[in-house]
Design a protein around this ligand. Structure first.
Ligand SMILES: [Zn+2]
Length: 351
């Protein structure tokens, strides 16, 4: 960094080995003559068209056209800013320059991105081969961002057509250093100019439940509703007699979901073992007459045949069906035996 608080980009580039930097993200990289070649991290492909050209100081993909120098490569693959990329590459802090860049940031682009009702076969895979997503457009920030999610859960309609994904990534807050759970919805969208790409964009409302294909395939099976995709996967694996469903968007999203597929079903709700979990399932009201319906109310309105609840009171705070299997090490048989003792009828709140 110079005395004026500027980042000397040429000095940074001169210190770095481009191949070493890229190799951290492109393990398939192999030497070929004076260049290096590997699977592109920015688009899904089976044969390598991503070139690293050290003597020229850039990477180039002949498949998707990605063309970046070392800082651009880091920005694009991590979704970070220019200054952050320089900090990551050098291990130095450029706080003064960061201020300047923040002020110079353009306003977020406005633009309407609308999810297509089902993802067409022609859409590229969301995931690259290295555990990272392809770059995803964030309409709010007007930036592309790739991420390495810890989970990726598919949402499909009753006919099995892919509607989109809910990802789960653990994000470290730059200011506080705290790790936060982030569960963005990713859908295949069409933009204002007709362009199509993966976007950080919610499903159209009313939003789909997760597990609709399984529900449609088993019209007589009882339904278990849990909170979150992780619990849905755990429940579906352990409790085969149920169709296990969850909904997108957390407790604030309950009213935006299409609950009508629950018509005629026997529904059992498994709340997370805390106040928020029970409120999500049963709704709440206060003396002032404020109320918010929970999943039980929506299931009732949708015409569910019966609605029951597994009473998780007394379990550790926040405990859920995934914890019973992963943390407590219960077998599916133990899980079923415990739950059978805890099933209670639900009085549906009028909302
Ligand atoms: Zn590419």
């Amino acid at each position: 960094m110079t005395a004026r608080g500027q980042i000397d980009i040429d000095a940074i580039k001169a210190q770095l080995d481009l191949v070493e930097v890229v190799r951290n993200y492109v393990p398939s990289l192999k030497k070929q003559g004076r260049e290096w070649k590997g699977l592109c991290p920015f688009h899904a492909e089976d044969s390598a068209s991503f070139h690293v050209i050290p003597r020229k100081g850039y990477v180039h993909c002949f498949g998707c056209g990605a063309h970046e120098d070392v800082v651009g490569f880091i920005r694009r693959i991590t979704g970070c800013t220019f200054v952050e990329a320089c900090e990551q590459l050098t291990g130095q802090k450029f706080a003064a320059a960061r201020e300047g860049v923040r002020r110079a940031d353009p306003a977020p682009l406005a633009g309407t991105w609308v999810p297509l009702i089902a993802v067409p076969e022609s859409a590229p895979d969301l995931m690259a081969s290295n555990g990272w997503t392809v770059p995803i457009w964030n309409p709010k920030s007007g930036k592309l961002r790739a991420m390495k999610p810890a989970r990726k859960d598919e949402y499909r309609d009753a006919d099995g057509r892919l509607l989109g994904y809910v990802l789960r990534a653990d994000i470290t807050d730059r200011e506080t250093g705290k790790v936060k759970k982030w569960t963005p919805t990713v859908t295949w969208c069409v933009g204002p100019d007709g362009k199509r790409q993966w976007c950080l964009q919610h499903f159209l409302e009313p939003r789909p439940l997760c597990g609709l294909d399984d529900l449609a395939a088993r019209p007589d099976a009882p339904v278990l509703i849990v909170e979150g995709e992780k619990c849905r996967a755990a429940g579906a694996g352990a409790w085969a007699q149920y169709v296990v469903l969850c909904w997108p968007g957390g407790s604030n999203g309950i009213g935006k979901v299409d609950w009508s597929p629950l018509k005629g079903r026997d529904v059992t709700l498994w709340p997370d073992a805390d106040d928020a979990g029970v409120k999500a399932m049963l709704g709440w009201s206060n003396d002032a007459g404020d109320c918010r319906p929970g999943v039980a109310s929506y299931a009732h309105r949708a015409g569910a045949r019966s609605i029951r609840l597994i009473d998780t009171e007394g379990r550790p705070k926040g405990w859920d069906i995934a914890d019973s299997l992963d943390v407590d090490g219960w077998t599916p048989r133990q899980l079923a035996a415990w739950a059978a003792e805890r099933v209670v009828d639900v009085t549906v709140m009028r909302g």
